[in-house]
Design a protein around this ligand. Structure first.
Ligand SMILES: [Zn+2]
Length: 284
């Protein structure tokens, strides 16, 4: 069974992510550990953590994915911002480990005035500090593929290779975002472009190190370098791209997580659209 789910709100109490996931029949969920646009960090009570684990058990929703705060910039030339980001990631990762979260997804960083080589070095050095502070046993640390807007690092497979190379692959990996890779210039909505992308990914990173797929259509045209998510089938990618991922022998084993606009009952519609694209196995 292909696992399909969505990003859910974690407001009020963390355990509510499972109630919210269950309400829409999500097989898998993603959420933030704190407000993604605030630096404030809130320590969680033992009670809340226990309730989180209990509800995960009860609902069977799995895997669980945490998305890092949007404020972090591990590439920044501003040392204070970089240090704040490192501290923020450590807080989040520690909680991920405690809660036995499967995957932690982060936007590696933005170069903003730095050349890309230096930006990548800053990210790698920051992650080395993070890994020296916390030993990952349960959670895999994933760099997300980005569209490349405003100097984002991680827009090409080669950039991801540079980010991952210094680390043990058991601890790290990649989260694909369909909108971002399309906006970054990979034509994954046509068979030729899809298989070319998959082949390059396998050759340079290894498909086994791709762990999560963010499933979003794109509001902007191909190669726009813009990060604007659209409902499935309503954007420039179109249903074909999702059909290719959902029926691919390798990718279909991964969790597919929607990050489409939260309006009305669109989560249900988008999940239904994805499920409808899954082809029935051919009888032998
Ligand atoms: Zn993201």
């Amino acid at each position: 069974m292909v696992k399909i789910g969505t990003h859910v709100s974690s407001s009020k109490s963390l355990d509510l992510v499972f109630d919210r996931g269950k309400e829409i029949s999500a097989d898998t969920i993603q959420f933030f550990l704190s407000s993604p646009r605030s630096w404030k960090w809130k320590e969680r009570t033992e009670e809340e953590k226990a309730l989180f684990k209990k509800k995960r058990e009860e609902t069977g929703i799995s895997p669980t994915v945490v998305h890092a705060s949007y404020l972090f910039n591990l590439a920044s030339k501003d040392k204070e911002l970089r240090n704040k980001s490192i501290k923020g990631v450590i807080n989040e990762l520690k909680l991920c480990e405690e809660l036995k979260i499967d995957f932690y997804v982060i936007h590696a960083g933005k170069s903003k005035g730095l050349d890309e080589k230096k930006a990548i070095k800053n990210i790698v050095d920051s992650v080395k500090i993070i890994f020296s502070e916390i030993e990952l046993k349960h959670t895999t640390f994933l760099f997300e593929t980005l569209a490349g807007q405003k100097g984002e690092i991680g827009k090409s497979i080669d950039e991801l290779v540079n980010l991952l190379e210094p680390f043990e692959m058991e601890k790290t990996g990649v989260c694909l975002d369909t909108c971002h890779i399309y906006s970054a210039g990979y034509k994954i909505n046509e068979e030729e472009g899809f298989y070319r992308y998959k082949e390059e990914l396998d050759k340079k990173i290894g498909l086994e190190n791709v762990c999560v797929i963010h499933c979003n259509d794109s509001k902007t045209p191909f190669n726009s370098r813009r990060d604007r998510h659209e409902h499935i089938g309503e954007g420039s990618i179109g249903l074909k791209g999702f059909q290719l991922f959902l029926n691919d022998d390798h990718f279909k084993k991964l969790p597919f997580i929607l990050e489409t606009p939260k309006e009305g009952n669109w989560d249900l519609i988008n999940m239904e659209r994805l499920r409808n694209l899954i082809e029935a196995p051919v009888a032998q």
